[in-house]
Design a protein around this ligand. Sequence first.
Ligand code: FMN
Length: 370
Amino acid sequence: MTNRMCEMFGIEAPIFAFSHCRDVVVEVSKAGGLGVLGMARMSPERVDAELSWIDAHIGGRPYGVDILMPTTFQDHGGAKHDAARLLPAEHLDFVREMLDAAGIPPLPEDEAERIEHDLVASFNFTPEESARMIEVAMRHPISLIVNALGSPPRELVERAHARGIKVAAMAGAPRHAIRHRDVGCDFVIAVGTEAGGHTGSVTSMTLWPRIVDAVAPLPVLGAGGIGRGRQMAAALALGCEGAWCGSIWLKTVQSEVTPEIKARMFAASAGDAVLTRSVTGKPCRTLRSAFTDAWDAPGAPDPLPAPLQGILWWGKGRTRVERVRAPEFLTYPVGQIVEDMTGETSVRQVVQEMLTELADTKERLDRLLS
Ligand SMILES: Cc1cc2nc3c(=O)[nH]c(=O)nc-3n(C[C@H](O)[C@H](O)[C@H](O)COP(=O)(O)O)c2cc1C
């Protein structure tokens, strides 16, 4: 394939892969697409190590990084390292009682404190922390920086452009996309509600063409619900110039997902990918679990704002659950295509099947419309 996105990065197919897993990033870029490493919850040192590994294994193919850089940031006065102080007793009790009732043993106190401290330290999205991570990433041959939480600062866009690095951002509404265009982004990623992870409430079918029209002639990638060629064809038909996929890589042998969570995903239906604020504090589509259900039950407290709800789940819930491998409480971000994810394949196979089905779809449409 050739189009503007392929030309922009020198890639063979406009398939962009979001992943927290460096193996997926490398495999997608080697298969002719472009892998983008999610740097959320990585220290600058870890980012350096992951990108060095990618540089050594990717064979000179292009790749990018994705950062959680909020447009607005509320400084709680150095409270980052004293997060427990900000977690209300009601929420702490709610999680503790939920896990106690399920017979999940508490962690020893000193261990719980250490986990929480390490966890809070790994939430890197103050403006200074984001800047440090970008600084480290720019020492590597990255081709793309994507911001997940709003428009990147114009100054960052200019600094990236001066080094030949492209910049993009995620949009859940045309007004977000217009802001991204106005700060100088090279393209926009339009994220429909079907998507795994943080997302809005408008479907890809409705959102993609609206964003395409709002920022034309800037290129747009469709995200949310793309895991196969027919879905990629739909994105192209609606005016997008490529696909940005996150969930589909979770089913591959290369993915970071544990066998327990993979097994739950392979058994899940589309309705099990629920939109909930219970894991991060922002609407996030994730695999339904006893934890997400508990927050929907009558009398449950309102989830806390980000990042506190994330600290509550990761620090007080997830570690305790993983220690005893209680599968009914395990959750992981995933989109509605989870229903199609029924068994393990490889990244290369996903890319090849997507392109084969895309070509078949084009032929079918050519016949249908001729
Ligand atoms: C496990 C997982 C984690 C995600 N984490 C992030 C993230 O840190 N930053 C980001 O920009 N998007 C993140 N996303 C969203 C993806 O970038 C993308 O928008 C989404 O996966 C596309 O929809 P799909 O899941 O239907 O492919 C995540 C998605 C998944 C499945």
